[in-house]
Design a protein around this ligand. Sequence first.
Ligand code: TNX
Length: 526
Amino acid sequence: MSRNGPRRLLLVVLTALGLVCAGLSAGAGQALAATAFPNVVVPAPVSETADGTTFTLPASATITSDDANTGGYLAGVLRASTGDALPLTVGAGSPGTIALSLTGAPASVGTEGYQLTIGTGGVLIKAQQPAGLFHGVQTLLQLLPAAVMSPIVQPGPWSAPGGTILDYPRFGYRGAMLDIARHFFTPAQVEHYIDELALYKINYLHLHLSDDQGWRIAINSWPNLATYGGSTEVGGGAGGYWTQADYSAVVAYAASRYMTVVPEIDMPGHTNAALASYASLNCNGVAPALYTGTNVGFSSLCVSLPLTYTFVDQVLGEIAALTPGPYLHIGGDEASSTSASDYATFIGKAEQIVAAHGKSVMGWHDITNAGTPPAGAQAQFWDTTTSAPNLATAAANGTKVVMSPANHAYLDMKYTRKTKLGQTWAGLVDVNTAYGWDPGNYLTGVTGSEVAGVEGPLWTETIVTSADIDYMAFPRLPALAELGWSPWSTHAQTAFDQRLGAQGPRWKAMGVNYYHSTQITWPAGS
Ligand code: TNX
């Protein structure tokens, strides 16, 4: 033991006693209690040290930012609700009242993290990359009063607790999926959802662009896919499709929120809309009718037909050219009308086509039934089991896994038996079920660095409007976002439920149609 060993031990014991006292009696532990930030930030940050001071945004405040986009975003949110001018200066110069800086951040924040310091005189967010500044801005906004999220001017004061937060994500992949095939959603509706997801540091948007009921993106070399295959949806409505310019605009909008789009063309099953659009894609040369029901597993591309691979190559080629992100998602789920050997043949070829277009493949974890995908692949686990042997084998061989267990992460499951929207095949998923699992230690043989992250899929058989999207995603999506971002050491249901409750008034201010789960105490009026 070193000479000061006993003294250090004494210090540790005294500190521990102090912490215990602080926990037992607010009076005795005042100094320590004053150093706690309010428990309001979702996802919970890595570490925070409050200093007991308060920052109040003056009407004369200025904003400086090393990144025009994030500075503009923050100014936009604050100007709308505070009604103050809040002039923004981008680039060099003396720091404004709120300063976003790309110099001096600790190395530990990495590419997406940040250090946020709130003092009586101002706020400083430091990051290594603009994405980190953006995530720091989200934390700052959550520490300001809920009314700051209002699109119309509200009374202040605009105060936040003083101190320092150091924060960075547990997982690099924190996704949300929206199915615009079962019901069509416009680019504007998706951009609205992107804005909501960005509040919780989601960084991947997976778009399910095709399914039995609709093909939603224009493909120049196969024009009927969109014009005919996109002409209906579940229930027989008019459907719709995005032009390639629409898609590119959404990709750019997502990028402005530091979110990467992962486009999915689901194959070889879930392809009735494509098969209905081109008779030549069918083994028997006959196009099936368009489909507006909700069954799955009845359609398959024709695996033995050479034209099938021309089709896959041209479709994926056009989408790859429009997609700056690294992944093309080929679906691969529920191909129950494709034989196992045909399935393996098809997936192997599709994986090669993705690689030939310079992208990494993503697929539902069923693709690992066809063997280990090529290097750089990600398989997305969706089942309700806790073991998937072929996926575990692929993971051991280098495939990364995105965790979307349907009984925890599916945003289309009903919350309770009384929920009007949604399905029940994977069970009921209320908030505590959405939060109550560890993505890094869930599937047998798929742990640690084999897990790329999490994703919350929102299938839309029963989802028709943006209000429906809100209702199913909130408050569950923030639970998943916290599992993806926060260190496991912060995982505690009661504390989480509290900080989730703090989001209610913010959603109210924004007009988010969230589900008032009875598992959460929502502040009065929210
Ligand atoms: C299963 S799980 C599907 C989708 C449905 C969803 C409904 C998976 C990869 N596919 O085709 O929309 O259930 O919950």
